[in-house]
Design a binder for this molecule. Structure first.
Ligand code: FES
Ligand code: FES
Length: 149
């Protein structure tokens, strides 16, 4: 058994320590907002926070997340209140198919914690998530809107 703390809840999961965190989150914890895209740490669809850092959960074994605070897209809103990033996403109509968007939002939340008012260069450097629908311009606008909120 592996004990993980996800969105403030500690749970014992019956997984091999080498299992990618993504699959423990989706299949064991049942939190399917975190998506599988490439499986090789390239696309960012699987991004979650581990102790506040954006991490690609497809490439992180669960053993590396033991004793750390894991946050998924389901754990962002507190008391039903969306974060300023989530609100900016809605206001700027960012998502198209939506598949990449939970990972995108998790990466952006982590960026704004480190850099509350990022430049376009900061965004380019930090947000390397891939969106097959090409929402990059809306993502950029929503990041700037969230930074000003
Ligand atoms: S599924 Fe993890 S980076 Fe693509
Ligand atoms: S919104 Fe469709 S892949 Fe990004």
């Amino acid at each position: 058994m592996i004990r993980l703390t996800i969105n403030g809840k500690t749970m014992a999961l019956d997984v091999d320590p080498n299992t990618p965190l993504l699959w423990a989150i989706r299949e064991q914890a049942g939190l399917t907002g975190t998506k599988y895209g490439c499986g090789v740490a390239q696309c960012g669809a699987c991004t979650v926070h581990v102790d506040g850092q954006a991490m690609r959960s497809c490439a992180l074994p669960v053993s590396a997340a033991v004793g750390k605070k894991i946050t998924t897209i389901e754990g962002l809103a507190q008391g039903g209140k969306l974060t300023r990033v989530q609100q900016a996403w809605i206001a700027n109509e960012v998502p198209q198919c939506g598949y990449c968007q939970s990972g995108m939002i998790m990466a952006v939340e982590a960026l704004l914690k480190q850099k509350p008012n990022p430049t376009d260069a900061d965004i380019n450097a930090a947000i390397t998530n891939i969106c097959r629908c090409g929402t990059f311009q809306q993502v950029r606008e929503a990041i700037h809107a969230a930074a000003k909120a």
